[in-house]
Design a protein. Structure first.
Lengths: 557, 106
């Protein structure tokens, strides 16, 4: 049961929300639910619509630029919605609503932590990313360094992040769909895997972006509607809502106090670092910055994305609080009709029950379809990021050393997508019964420790050399993986050892300094001729990063 | 794309002005966000009860909720301020730098 809670919450984007749930008061159930026809019909509508878009997108996907970055022709507003879509996963909707329902104010603290990284990405990274990058973020790290070695490293860490993330998404998808739609686990896994392959191979970034945009709109509308209907029962008064919620919740007045989730300062800081800089190192998020026309649009996309995310987090906070009374006081939603017992379908179903309570089966079906669409969209984005690491970095730049034709490169990326799809299906089935909560944590840890330090140093520090980048990147990758392996979530919970070798669950605070330090030491001590040339080349890179002169421009359609 | 173009841009005093002004602005905003956010995390870690107090006698709104809501709005406003200034003032300056480098090219 506890495992399912972890599985369910590990679904989406945020590692730590998921981990915080482990051992929390939320309990899940693994039974299959009755087939939910409202949800299935609405989901089929969504699939038909997105298939239509994929068909349209396939006629527009001819060059590599179209495939990887939608030809750089996405507007800031569209990209903002797509980024928000990538960020607001099923875990955000279900997991965070459940967290506010169970722990009140703690859920709100987490949401701020997820949000606070975006302004930093805008101020320090967005325009340089757009000005220097073309298809993948290794275009930036390898800009003035050894193409072969640095791209290989970046592709390895990108694929590591993508694979851990895919496992978490696929297993979560299977569990969630079993609960929401009443479909078999394996059927759900195949459905997600195959739909994702179709979107990405035929429609590339154009289709992936539009799937993400449609889903983000559905999520925003669905969430807002549920919140509006639920909040109206309290006359839209926050005062009344809180008075009633604290009166009935088992935490009482403590509902609005920070609880035990962030009590330990080391964990709190490590968590904050991991979320903030992990986001800035996730390949599928970074890739989004190359889909817009120029730095101006890149900045706008962060503005829109962070606006939607901030808005939606506040909607979720209200939904969770309303759920305490509307769901928590209605015996219909508890197993055996016992108030305060187990919620039907598990602790993560608060948002779903709330939608049923305020809007009936139609609204429930809609929200369930939104949750499925969300998983599909996030998985597609991940697959595209993974496929481009294989085709653009490994195949075109490392193996073919830049001599591959566009047609060949696109063919490789399509084959890579299909392979990744099957890998995702196989991993999803293999890991069905495993605790996968740590995998999202691992993905964030690797992104923060392996991708982010090298990326930021390559943009900001003149002295970075190939040797430093390799030691920093591989050092960060290995240390993040080892810290998670030796932490309680793997060493004790999965491998059943008595005590963890590493006392904290969050690797970022420790693995990030290791990566930075290694990159610094091995760059400083690198006195080769090549290193000298690399340092010299920074001057031109710096002017391009600042002005965007020479940056990859949008292709004309 | 030539290195000579980059060389000329770098030599332009306007480029230095752009880099200094935008850099200072971006870092100031980033430090504001980081300080407020990690300051808040420290309060959560070391003095959680302070955040549970009501903002006024009899109100259900707590200090913690009010502070967080403020940060959501304030951080987003900072992004809006940055985007506005970068997309007008800094981008205009950037274009001047590029244009002047082109002119010298001829």
């Amino acid at each position: 049961m506890r495992r399912l809670t972890q599985l369910g919450t590990a679904l989406g984007f945020f590692a730590v929300a998921a981990m915080a749930f482990a051992g929390g008061p939320l309990e899940g159930v693994t039974e299959k639910q009755a087939t939910n026809w409202h949800a299935i019909i609405m989901f089929c509508l969504f699939v038909m619509m997105t298939m239509g878009i994929t068909y349209w997108a396939s006629s527009r996907t001819k060059s590599t630029a179209d495939f990887y970055t939608a030809g750089g022709g996405i507007t800031g507003f569209q990209n903002g919605l797509a980024i928000a879509g990538d960020y607001m996963s099923a875990a955000t909707l279900l997991g965070l609503t459940a967290m506010v329902y169970g722990q009140g104010y703690d859920g709100y603290i987490y949401m701020l932590a997820f949000f606070a990284g975006w302004p930093i990405i805008l101020f320090l990274m967005a325009e340089r990313l757009r000005n220097l990058g073309k298809f993948t973020f290794s275009d930036i790290t390898a800009y003035r360094l050894d193409q072969g070695k640095v791209r290989t490293m970046a592709a390895i860490s990108s694929l590591t992040v993508v694979c851990f993330y895919l496992i978490a998404q696929m297993v979560g998808a299977g569990q969630l769909i079993k609960l929401l739609f009443g479909l078999e686990y394996n059927v759900a896994i195949f459905a997600v895997g195959i739909l994702m392959m179709v979107y990405v191979t035929f429609g590339g970034m154009v289709a992936t972006t539009w799937v993400q945009i449609i889903k983000a709109c559905m999520l925003l509308c669905g969430g807002t509607l549920v919140m509006f209907l639920a909040f109206s029962q309290f006359g839209f008064s926050f005062q009344t809502l809180l008075e009633k919620a604290t009166a009935v919740h088992k935490l009482g007045p403590k509902l609005m106090y920070p609880g035990s989730l962030l009590a330990d300062p080391v964990t709190a800081i490590s968590l904050g670092l991991g979320l903030m800089f992990g986001t800035a190192g996730l390949p599928h998020i970074l890739m989004r910055f190359f889909t817009v026309t120029d730095a101006k649009e890149a900045r706008k996309s962060v503005l829109y994305a962070s606006g939607f995310v901030a808005y939606f987090f506040n909607v979720i906070f209200l939904m969770g609080l309303c759920g305490i009374i509307i769901v928590g006081q209605n015996p219909e939603f508890f197993e055996g009709g016992v108030l305060g017992g187990k919620l039907i379908g598990g602790g993560n179903m608060v948002a779903m029950h709330l939608s049923k309570a305020v809007g009936g089966d139609m609204l429930l079906g809609f929200l369930a379809a939104v949750a499925f669409a969300t998983i599909l969209a996030v998985v597609s984005g991940l697959a595209l990021a993974g496929a481009s690491a294989i085709s653009h970095d490994l195949y075109a730049r490392v193996i073919k050393k830049g001599t591959a034709t566009e047609t060949a490169e696109i063919r490789v990326s399509k084959i890579a997508t299909i392979c990744l799809g099957f890998v995702a299906i196989i991993l999803g089935i293999l890991f069905e019964k495993q605790n996968i909560a740590f995998m999202v944590g691992l993905a964030f840890g690797v992104a923060a420790a392996a991708n982010f330090p090298v990326l930021i140093l390559s943009m900001y520090w003149k002295g970075l050399t190939t040797r430093g980048a390799l030691f920093g990147g591989y050092g960060g990758l290995v240390s993040a993986v080892l810290f998670v392996l030796f932490s309680k979530s793997v060493w004790v919970d999965v491998l059943h050892n008595a005590a963890p070798l590493f006392p904290y669950t969050q690797p970022a605070l420790f693995a990030m300094p290791i990566a930075f330090l290694l990159a610094y030491i091995f760059s400083k001590t690198d006195s080769s001729v090549r290193a000298g040339l690399e340092i010299e080349a920074f001057e031109d890179q710096y002017v391009r990063a600042q002005t965007g002169y020479g940056a990859a421009s949008a292709s004309n359609h | 794309m030539s290195s000579a173009m980059y060389e000329r841009m770098r030599a332009n005093p306007k480029f230095q002005e752009l880099v200094t002004r935008r850099g200072r602005f971006a870092w100031t905003l980033a430090i504001v966000v980081l300080t407020m956010f990690y300051g808040f995390v420290m309060v959560v870690a070391f003095n959680p009860t302070a955040l549970g107090q009501p903002v006024a006698e009899g109100s259900m709104l707590t200090v913690g909720v009010a502070v967080e809501l403020f940060m959501f709005i304030f951080f987003w406003s900072l992004t809006a301020v940055y985007v506005k200034r970068a997309n007008s003032e800094f981008d205009a300056l950037t274009q001047e730098v590029v244009k002047e480098a082109w002119k010298e090219n001829k």
